[in-house]
Design a protein around this ligand. Sequence first.
Ligand SMILES: *Cc1c(COP(=O)(O)O)cnc(C)c1O
Length: 385
Amino acid sequence: MSNHTHIESALIHGGISGDERTGAVNVPIYQTSTYQQQGLGINKGYEYSRTGNPTREALESLISELENGTAGFAFASGMAAITAVLSLFRSGDRIIISSNVYGGTFRVLDKIFLNFGIKYSIEDTTDLKSLDKKIGSDVKAIFIESPANPLMSITDIKGVSEITRKHGIYTIVDNTFMTPYLQRPLDLGADIVVHSATKYLGGHSDLIAGLVVVNSKELADRIHFIQNATGGILQPFDSFLLIRGIKTLAVRMDRHVENAKAVVEFLRSNDAVEKVFYPGSPDFHGYEINKKQAKNGGAMLSFELKENYDIKKFFSSLELIVLAESLGGVESLICHPASMTHASIPYEIRQKVGITEGLIRLSVGIENIRDITSDLQNAIYLSKK
Ligand SMILES: *Cc1c(COP(=O)(O)O)cnc(C)c1O
């Protein structure tokens, strides 16, 4: 946080804010593809909007400040951001990923990057001792998420970063679930942070966007080269929308977390509920590590209903909470990992890693808490077999 001591203020005033020419409080949407040049080789710092656009730059400098990085980059989606980061590697390199990274991250590695000779291994990144031994000479990065979907497993970001530093390789953290308001991976020693800004940063389920922040000039130059060369940039209007969303992140997140804690309490005291997975519960595996590296447990949780509850009936009985993929919107969003977000994982593997048929993932929104819990209560009641 270079210019603003407190993140609540940086969210609103960080990066490049306002418009010098007119005094407009908000950065204008520079809806332009190109820029007039004053003469051959003379311009005002912009030549073409794939390479640079002032609205996108305002967003990029903002996320860089929020994550305490060297530079930020905005992409058309979280997957475009992740693809740009993976494009740092070359044939023969290997990347270690956690066993529960976002499905799209696994898919792009398995179905696209593998074709170009970039290999991956899936490891339990929560176990630092065994992780250290898995780093062969071809491993060039460890890619983690904490908490990770859908069981909210926690990886020690500082611990992983110490291991990668020792081996001279990169730590990449997908910080989508926490946002820089709750967790700052670069401060913990990571090299690269990626975001699906579609989720909490945008916050209103109305845009698809991705961000990358790096911790060195060298990585900044390389990611900028990749961004310009491959072209998966975020458009000016979407950059504006994302800046707008980020301004309210602190108040939204505080309410998300407050509601999530209340939902956890409700679920834990409900006879229909078998298990609750929430990193903010003191008896949760990983609670202590999460507490060290994040401000709190966030607002993502999952739970399992007991076998005498009909899961299909449960989902169809919800009236307020929206059955949908995605997370981090102001509205509560619920999904069934086994048939939705994690359906591409074979049944046996799903069972092994704990993604049971009864598992439900909830992104707790900022509605009135009593409306959320009574919707859950009603759906539980109606789904009893
Ligand atoms: C949604 C998501 C992504 C992918 O982002 P898109 O914006 O949908 O492309 C990546 N990582 C995590 C953790 C996500 O939740």
